[in-house]
Write a protein that binds this ligand. Structure first.
Ligand SMILES: C[S@@+](CC[C@H](N)C(=O)[O-])C[C@H]1O[C@@H](n2cnc3c(N)ncnc32)[C@H](O)[C@@H]1O
Length: 311
């Protein structure tokens, strides 16, 4: 399933089995802690830190989130081949592996160490450190490819979308969740804040994110102040700190419209393209969501790759 990032040749396990070797160009790639390392960490160091530091796996919540953000019932994935594009600490890869899926989780950061540990008990789960922008995974074979909150953290979200879209087999499904573009004043303020926070060392930013997590406990602020500047209102404090760091630390963070994401699907040859609605409901929530006022909310689309399985 894996290909040489340098020449696209097939990879096999070398002797001793702590490395992969390319059958075409003989390039060697280490396997460390059970994880093939086909790329270095590059610009995603904050993610390696955050996913290894915070334990965010919450099985019930993860299952509900997976259903909402992929439009797929994990129970339907038994025996299916699935690509988790940007698996982070591996909470969703583990979930679907537990439901019998054959899953490859790809991430560029050292979060793969956490993901591999979470998935260790499942022999059909493989975690790989690799770059979605030059994805060293065979094309056109996956029953499902999903990417939850990832592509907007790359320097080229459209290019990364094309890479993962081409891994879906004809008749297979792709589901993608990206940050929603908010109103111009919100976008402007967020860019100004992040221009400062992304320059801070993690050791300084983390206590700030921990302090901000206290705001998330105050219901009135959750409905007012966080329409101006983002902070997490998750009921669990560990997740609030992690969410805040996840927002203010990463080097890249782009925001997108629903039409833009739907167009990407169509342009890459997908049909049955449909918006996946958010988990939250209610008239006020719907109104603010549709008017792009909820910072940190998403645009979420699914589609089926056109073509028969034989093609
Ligand atoms: C917000 S996290 C989401 C992780 C996971 N999908 C989840 O929801 O728990 C974004 C992830 O994208 C990964 N990422 C960013 N750019 C990437 C790239 N070019 N290739 C692979 N992974 C990338 C980061 O390392 C990070 O773990």
């Amino acid at each position: 399933m894996l290909r040489c990032p340098r020449c696209r040749g097939e990879l096999s396990i070398a002797e001793p089995p702590t490395r992969l070797v390319c059958r075409s160009c003989s390039q060697l790639y280490p396997i460390a802690e059970g994880v093939p390392r086909l790329a270095g960490e590059s610009y995603v160091a904050s993610f390696g830190r955050q996913w290894n530091r915070y334990d965010v796996m919450r099985p019930e919540e993860d299952e509900a989130t997976f259903r909402v953000k992929t439009g797929v019932d994990p129970r339907d994935l038994s025996g299916r081949l699935v690509l988790d594009a940007g698996c982070g600490g591996g909470r969703y890869a583990r979930l679907i592996a537990a439901h019998g899926a054959r899953v490859i989780g790809v991430d560029l950061s050292t979060a793969v160490d956490k993901a591999a540990a979470l998935c260790a008990e499942f022999s059909d789960a493989l975690i790989v450190q690799a770059d979605l922008l030059d994805l060293p995974v065979v094309a056109g074979v996956f029953d499902l490819v999903y990417s939850i909150g990832v592509l907007h953290h790359t320097p080229d979200p459209r290019g990364a979308f094309a890479q993962i879209a081409r891994r879906v087999k004809p008749g297979g499904r792709l589901s993608v969740w990206l940050y929603r573009r908010n109103t111009p004043p919100q976008e402007w303020l967020n860019s100004a804040l992040r221009a400062a926070t992304t320059r801070l060392p993690a050791t300084v930013l983390e206590p700030i994110c921990a302090a901000m997590s206290l705001l998330g406990d105050i219901p009135v602020l959750n409905r007012t102040l966080n329409k101006i500047a983002n902070f997490s209102s998750h009921p669990d404090r560990v997740l609030r700190v992690c969410d805040n760091f996840d927002w203010y630390a990463p080097q890249y963070q782009s925001h997108h419209s629903l039409d833009e994401l739907k167009r990407w699907f169509v342009d890459e040859g997908f049909g049955e393209v449909a918006e996946l609605p958010p988990a939250k409901a209610g008239r006020l929530y719907d109104w603010t969501y549709r008017h792009n006022l909820i910072i940190g909310s998403g645009v979420n689309v699914t589609g089926v790759r056109v073509g028969s399985e034989q093609s």
